[in-house]
Design a protein around this ligand. Structure first.
Ligand SMILES: [Zn+2]
Ligand SMILES: [Zn+2]
Length: 321
């Protein structure tokens, strides 16, 4: 962390030659640069990585030649267990299932939730259990692959979909994060597909990805349910284990001043912090990306609440191509 106590004087001197000053983002949001915080690679849990973090040359989305940390994740957290996702029976309690999100709220996927789905969604097609109360759950890798297909057939209607860690033991993920964030002139909106930017939001300290929104409409439209575990994660065969909600389970770095704890880094290298601080208070001065600035942390983001199916809305900084 660098503190420039003589910034006004420095800026004045700099202006004699090249009056740049702080970068202005979309809608004229100024990212102050008095405090710039470099990424601290030591925050990542070594056991969750395939190899120690390396520094490599990289080109950022704004064309800047820079250095990045190369993070090769095992895609399997070492600081908490994965699952459970689907309970076995409608008599099961919340410890036997994960969570679901609806309307900005999180719900325990316990037996009672499954039993109540027709009423919850106002649609009698929902009935995910048999006469003994046993819940229909995918139980092979093939089922998991089929049920995750957007054109899932009616044979998977009323299935609770869970893909198990044993299906994805060989998945690793490689990520590049700028070693020091570079404030962008433009806001990088999230999009998927070739040339469409970046879908991934950030990485937790255990190497697990904070992903874009889960396609809950497609999942529910097929009369399936693909719960997240209590850590907000689930598995697909391509991305492996990934988060759609930050529930405070993965490694957190408490802040001495009572600010919300740090939970990882966004893909532009700015810090990701929890939605709320220790007292449950949320920041009220966030910009469109869900970021703000303070003198301890520099510019940083606060992730959306766990039920929002969202982490942050855009990146203020450049990300690695
Ligand atoms: Zn997902
Ligand atoms: Zn903050």
């Amino acid at each position: 962390m660098r503190h420039h106590h003589y910034l006004p004087l420095l800026l004045l001197l700099a202006c004699l030659f090249n009056c740049s000053g702080p970068k202005t983002g979309e809608k004229g949001v100024v990212i102050p640069n008095e405090v710039e915080v470099a990424v601290n690679a030591a925050h990542f849990l070594e056991a969750s990585l395939v190899t120690p973090v390396e520094t490599v040359a990289c080109t950022l989305s704004d064309g800047t030649k820079s250095t990045c940390y190369k993070i090769i994740s095992r895609s399997s957290p070492t600081d908490h267990q994965m699952g459970p996702w689907c309970p076995d029976n409608i008599s099961d309690g919340p410890e036997s299932g994960g969570i679901w999100i609806e309307g900005g709220e999180t719900y325990d996927v316990d037996g009672a939730f499954i039993k109540n789905m027709a009423a919850f969604y106002g649609d009698d097609t929902w009935k995910m259990y048999d006469a003994e109360g046993n819940i229909f759950t995918t139980d092979t890798k093939e089922d998991c692959a089929n049920a995750a297909n957007p054109n899932v057939g009616p044979e998977y209607r009323n299935f609770c979909v869970e893909c198990l860690p044993s299906y994805v033991t060989d998945i690793t993920q490689t990520y590049l994060i700028p070693t020091t964030p570079v404030a962008g002139e433009n806001t990088n909106l999230f999009a998927r597909g070739p040339g469409g930017g970046i879908g991934l939001r950030g990485i937790a300290f255990n190497g697990i990805r904070f992903d874009g929104p889960a396609p809950t409409n497609a999942i529910l439209g097929a009369y399936t349910l693909a719960p997240f575990d209590d850590a907000g994660g689930h598995i697909n065969l391509h991305a492996g284990y990934h988060y759609h909600a930050a529930t405070g389970v993965s490694k957190r770095l408490p802040q001495p001043d009572g600010h919300a704890p740090m939970i990882g880094y966004a893909m532009d290298g700015y810090g990701l912090y929890a939605n709320a601080d220790e007292s449950g208070n949320t920041a009220v001065d966030l910009d469109d990306c869900r970021g703000h600035y303070d003198e301890q942390r520099g510019y940083h983001y606060h992730v959306d609440k766990a039920g929002a199916n969202n982490f942050i809305n855009c990146l203020r900084g450049a990300y690695a191509k």
